[in-house]
Design a protein around this ligand. Structure first.
Ligand SMILES: *Cc1c(COP(=O)(O)O)cnc(C)c1O
Length: 432
């Protein structure tokens, strides 16, 4: 058998880059062991939920037409509710993406005259148009729903005084984004989310606390609904779809919140009763089954890349040793060329579309040009090895995914090789 280093050389990865990677990996064994332990815990949690809900072979089939009495769909929603310890859940292929799931949760639970509050700063880019921060047709703002925001303090902590002052009788729903998204603030741990929810509920017990859970599922052993969140919302082409779900989103939470969302997704009067699952459910079940270990692989990739780039001298968030609460790794290159070289390296490591070269473009929903590397089996899936970066200061790239750690490792080594080939990283990196 040829040795590993020779296999990497076939991808254009030099002996020096490979050796550097091995040195970094050797220092991460304890981190990886901890990640595996969380995956093991969550694997058991998923299997237990499936057993409790009597998932059967018949659940893997689908319905057509109206989709009345869709056993697989209804059971899957029970599995999600059991997993998140919530009263109910809505898990549907008709929810087209994460933004749609979040918009649905917001639009169905807010009424004209209500106010939405984000106590953790600016939400994810695509939500700016949902809320109406950037004018958009059909935004919450157009429907007379106002928005207020309290930024995190410079050290990343909650501005409790500011939050207290922002909560008033119109405040109906508080949205808390777990992951940093396209920002360089820290991602919130489930524990910190719990502290924030307790604070908000003490001021106004009936306010709905919603968590944008994108990229956070299965990273910890607890989920935000274990610490008081009324609703968690996410995308199935991220962590909980395990790379197999080809579309979909979920909302899990209080019965009332989920019901509101169901009536908005389909129609008043119909709610959860309609919505054929077609042939898609086996991928939802199997993807959920694989999600804990897939998430662990992605997490190892994130930790590996943080350590690779931190030691060379690029700012990374989270840093190489920090605890993790989502699968995203930000690396700041400080120049458009660095962001572009990184993304092109990720693309070159893909099994699908490895031969194309990504370029920055004006992507809908984002206010600056964005470059995206995504050679994925599911188009745009970011639980698969992917990277994106807005072409704007501080020129940070956001890297995530990898259905297996070996793929994430290949991608990261390829980015470093690319940065060396483009003279953005000098040969000195070996001394790091
Ligand atoms: C990905 C993401 C979204 C939006 O999901 P899409 O599926 O891309 O529409 C919203 N919030 C956060 C934090 C995300 O990471």
């Amino acid at each position: 058998m040829e040795n590993l280093s020779q296999q990497y050389q076939k991808f254009g990865i030099s002996e020096a880059v490979y050796t550097y990677g091995e040195k970094i990996l050797a220092s991460l064994q304890e981190r990886f062991r901890q990640i595996d332990e969380v995956a093991e815990y969550n694997q058991l949690k998923v299997i237990r939920a499936m057993q409790e809900c009597n998932v059967s072979e018949a659940c893997l089939l689908g319905t057509t037409g109206y989709g009345y009495n869709d056993l697989g769909r209804d059971t899957l929603e029970k599995v999600y509710a059991s997993l998140f310890h919530t009263e109910d859940a809505l898990v549907r292929p008709q929810i087209t993406c994460g933004t749609h799931a979040l918009a649905l949760a917001l639009m169905s639970n807010l009424r004209p005259g209500d106010e939405l509050l984000s106590p953790v700063g600016k939400p994810y880019d695509t939500l700016e148009e949902v809320i109406g921060i950037r004018p958009s047709k059909g935004s919450l703002k157009e429907y007379g729903i106002s928005y207020s925001q309290v930024d995190l303090l410079p050290d990343g902590s909650f501005d409790y005084e500011g939050i207290r002052a922002a909560i008033h009788d119109k405040t109906k729903l508080v949205t808390i984004q777990r992951s940093k998204g396209y920002q360089t603030r820290p991602t919130l741990s489930v524990e910190r989310i719990g502290e924030l929810i307790r604070f908000v509920k003490k001021i106004k017990p009936d306010v709905i606390c919603m968590v944008d859970n994108c990229y956070g599922e299965f990273v910890e052993t607890k989920e935000p609904t274990d610490v008081g969140a009324d609703m968690v919302v996410g995308s199935l082409i991220k962590n909980p779809g395990g790379g197999l779900a080809p579309i979909g989103g979920y909302i899990a939470g209080k019965k009332e919140c989920v019901e509101n969302a169901a009536y908005r997704l389909t129609s008043p009067g119909l709610g959860k009763e309609v919505g054929a699952s077609l042939g898609i459910l086996s991928s939802f079940y199997e993807g959920l089954f694989l999600a804990p270990t897939v998430t662990a692989g992605a997490l190892k990739g994130a930790v590996f890349s943080a350590n690779i780039y931190e030691k060379i001298g690029f700012p990374v968030i989270p840093d190489g040793t920090q605890s993790r609460h989502d699968i995203i790794q930000a690396v700041t290159f400080g120049s458009p060329e660095g962001v572009i070289a990184f993304c092109q390296g990720i693309q070159a490591a893909a099994s699908v579309d490895s031969f194309v070269t990504p370029e920055p473009w004006d992507m809908p929903g984002y206010d600056s040009q964005v470059i995206m590397a995504a050679g994925a089996f599911v188009s745009g899936s970011s639980i698969e090895l992917s990277a994106d970066g807005p072409i704007a200061p501080p020129y940070a790239v956001y890297f995530q995914g990898g259905l297996t750690f070996p793929h994430a490792k290949l991608g990261i080594l390829k980015t470093l090789q690319n940065l060396i080939d483009k003279h953005i990283v000098t040969e000195d990196f070996q001394k790091a």
